[in-house]
Design a protein around this ligand. Structure first.
Ligand SMILES: Nc1ncnc2c1ncn2[C@@H]1O[C@H](COP(=O)(O)OP(=O)(O)O)[C@@H](O)[C@H]1O
Ligand SMILES: [Mg+2]
Length: 414
């Protein structure tokens, strides 16, 4: 039952573009939206009924958010899992559960839990110092990925270590992350491409998966997604299966984004390759050589940039699906309402520090593309400022359109 005098109240930790797009869906159903964010004029603030301006680990503020909301969700991994767990114990509804956030928040723990549950991931190793680094490199060779366990995003927590890497640079990176305990090593995956699957799970255990997106990153930050991914159908089916296994393994409730590599080789080719290998040979051992196999890179316990295409290209957006899931409403089996779609991020660049204008919007709209502007007052570095989605009848034409969009949109300092 939905009472007009007593609308459902959603609390969101984080008021960035993801919080804003969640709020837009909530507002379609006239729900109340409470936001907690350090910045008063964050993107979601323009839709929020209430903005609590505070840090994500301010216990008093997060408690206030929970007290004024029927359900609390988050759009950012930096939400405080300890605080949310305490609120859960006091009877507040936290979705996804704090336990899922806690696992995902620490990439090393995340990999460990995924592997224990038979999910295929690249080899990873704890590391205590330079000697360990050398001995791991002796075993698996260079290059390797040094990753911050916590707090990395848009590629910022990662360092690619090559054979000729300066040891001072490595030490500098580790020091800046808080020491060797704060990092771990991952095998470098020479992937064919990167793909992702948005999945949703309800409290009743119902799980649905979106079509596979193919993603192009630029220096660790998402640039373009195209859907459906150009991979063989059995591989796409496998990717969706794996993503559903992931959200189940983590006990997620809500929408998760699962980032994956299509690694070189074939699904059958990994038969003898160590722990968890059974998971990636599952079912398709006789698939042709060279189609690649799926490895999970990382999981986001939230709506995900690579799922933005679903707003226009699917019968149900990832944002509506998330709201359904966290409110124990029925999920919708997602499917595309067009043959192909591309999403292009509008990213800031280093040369623009402060106020900016976006040029080319009119021409892009003239192409029939859908423009999303997040409303961030100023830029620093390569901030995500908006995105553009284009629908089409075939993958080649949306890729051409995406390239045209990329060359049309231009950021200018003002
Ligand atoms: N083990 C790896 N092998 C090869 N490339 C990697 C590996 N891990 C990460 N990358 C590349 O770096 C990007 C960002 O890494 P990721 O771990 O997803 O960090 P973030 O949390 O910043 O998104 C990935 O999308 C991928 O392009
Ligand atoms: Mg990532």
């Amino acid at each position: 039952m939905m009472y007009s005098m007593n609308p459902v109240r959603i609390g969101i930790v984080g008021g960035g573009q993801l919080g804003k797009m969640l709020a837009m869906e909530a507002k379609r159903m006239s729900m109340r939206v409470n936001i907690l964010d350090p910045s008063e004029d964050c993107p979601a603030s323009m839709l929020a009924d209430e903005v609590i301006v505070s840090g994500f680990n301010d216990a008093e503020a997060v408690t206030r958010l929970a007290e004024m909301s029927d359900v609390v969700t988050y759009e950012i991994e930096l939400a405080d899992a300890d605080l949310l767990e305490r609120l859960e114990r006091k009877g507040h509804r936290i979705r996804p559960p704090a336990s899922a956030l806690r696992i995902v928040q620490d990439k090393f723990m995340q990999k460990h839990v995924l592997r224990k549950n038979g999910i295929p991931v690249a080899d990873f190793f704890p590391i205590k110092g330079m000697d360990d680094l050398h001995s791991i490199a002796g075993d698996i060779g260079y290059p390797l990925m040094l990753k911050a366990k916590k707090g990395g995003y848009d590629g910022r927590g990662n360092m690619l270590v090559k054979g000729d890497a300066s040891m001072d640079r490595v030490k500098g990176f580790v020091g800046a992350r808080g020491g060797w305990d704060a990092v771990y090593v991952e095998r470098f995956v020479p992937f064919i491409k990167e793909v992702s699957v948005i999945v949703a799970r309800s409290s009743k255990g119902e799980v649905v998966a979106y079509p596979v997106a193919e993603n192009v990153h630029d220096n660790g930050i998402l640039d373009t997604s195209i859907v459906p991914a150009r991979i063989p159908e059995p591989l796409a089916e496998r990717a969706r299966e794996i993503a559903m296994d992931v959200i189940e393994a983590l006990g997620g409730i809500g929408v998760f984004g699962v980032e994956m590599f299509v690694a070189k080789g074939s699904m059958g080719g990994r038969r003898d390759s160590g722990e968890g290998a059974g998971a990636y040979v599952h079912g398709y051992a006789d698939e042709g050589e060279g189609d690649g196999y799926i490895l999970v890179n990382e999981v986001a316990p939230r709506v995900h940039n690579t799922g933005h295409y679903s707003i226009e290209a699917c019968n149900v957006s990832q944002f509506e699906q998330h709201i359904r899931a966290i409110l124990d409403l029925p999920l919708v089996e997602p499917r595309m309402v067009c043959r192909a779609a591309a999403m292009v991020n509008i990213l800031g660049n280093e040369s623009i520090d402060g106020y900016y204008a976006i040029d080319g919007i009119e021409r892009v709209m003239g192409m029939g593309a859908r423009v999303h502007i997040y409303g961030k007052r100023s830029n620093r570095g390569r901030r995500k400022l908006g995105h553009v989605t284009i629908l089409g009848d075939d993958i080649d034409s949306v890729i051409r359109a995406a390239m045209q969009i990329k060359s049309t949109i231009r950021l200018v300092s003002v």
